[in-house]
Design a protein around this ligand. Structure first.
Ligand code: NAP
Length: 275
């Protein structure tokens, strides 16, 4: 599992260890993970791994070491991620690459190393933590949405590719959860802003104020993710939170209206078919 020293990842680690599962937990800082777990948690079945997810070699070694220690992989959880709030034109080349390095390249590094193991085992489960913003986009969240939409696309394709090997894939789509996600040191902001998007600046303030008051309970969120994996079956997308469900429903309705509006014109670009 990736991104484990805080938030949903940390809660998953705690609950899995409490269940008696063995957990290989990657983080940018194993010290931070162990400090966050504290003395009250039995860490004898924990394998903490300090990994830079952007580095393919480090990721590959982490997966190999995990397989050596545990004898295989049951569940692979891509959880690491962070928010970024800015207008499209305010987002720099570096900021785009940094986000995609974590949310797309990093996930791909994990999958490239882990999927062959699951395929050879003829079984396993990949859990990719996306967001409702992997389904619908709102102003200010373009870069985050770009990363999560990409994660949704690759996950959907992966699910179809590995189904015949007995490997299951779940895309988790949380709404606002009360983790550190919106904390000042987690939510990333652009190096430079313009005067043209006062609505987005207001949104940043409102989101920072929302920290600690989000609707979603990470304890219940982690439990729900574990339940889905243990059940071994369920829909591809695991929507978490009533806010997420409402946003996703509105997106699907808007998409259907868009399809209806183009139903007559779409076939106009086809070559004629022989009748
Ligand atoms: N909370 C929400 O409202 C919400 C809503 C929808 C989706 N999500 C998604 O849920 C997942 C977990 O987030 P969370 O809510 O638990 O937030 P969080 O409390 O801020 O934790 C995020 C985790 O991701 C890792 N991470 C953050 N930035 C990273 C970077 N630049 N490189 C590598 N790892 C990084 C961190 O791992 P280490 O520090 O241990 O390396 C951290 O444990 C994310 O993918 C997030 O996008 C959250």
């Amino acid at each position: 599992m990736t991104g484990t020293s805080r938030g949903l990842g940390l809660e998953l680690v705690k609950q899995l260890l409490e269940r008696g599962d063995r957990v290989a937990a990657t983080t940018r800082s194993s010290e931070r993970l162990l400090a966050a777990l504290g003395d009250g948690v039995d860490t004898s079945r924990l394998y903490p791994l300090t990994v830079d997810l952007r580095d393919e070699t480090q990721v590959k070694q982490a997966v190999q070491k995990t397989v050596e220690r545990f004898g295989g992989l049951d569940v692979v959880v891509n959880n690491a991620g962070y928010g970024f709030l800015a207008a499209v034109e305010e987002t720099s080349d570096r900021e785009v690459r940094d986000m995609l390095d974590v949310q797309v390249v990093g996930v791909w590094n994990v999958l490239r190393a882990a999927v062959p193991v699951l395929r050879e085992q003829r079984g396993g489960h990949v859990v990719n933590v996306s967001s409702v913003l992997g389904l619908t986009a709102v102003p200010g969240w373009a870069l985050y949405c770009a990363g999560k939409f990409a994660l949704e696309g690759l996950s959907e394709a992966l699910a179809a590719e590995v189904a015949d090997f007995g490997v299951d894939v779940t895309i988790v789509e949380p709404g606002y959860f009360r983790t550190d996600f919106l904390a000042q040191d987690s939510l990333a902001l652009p190096a430079g802003t313009t005067v043209h998007y006062p609505g987005i600046r207001e949104m940043v303030d409102n989101h920072l104020k929302l920290q600690g008051a989000q609707l979603g309970d990470p304890v219940k969120g982690a439990a729900s993710i574990i339940d889905r994996v243990v059940a071994g079956e369920g829909p591809l997308r695991q929507v978490l939170g009533s806010d997420s469900h409402a946003y996703a429903t509105a997106k699907v309705q808007a998409l259907l209206a868009n399809l209806d509006a183009t139903a007559d014109t779409a076939p106009a670009t086809d070559f004629p078919t022989d009748s």
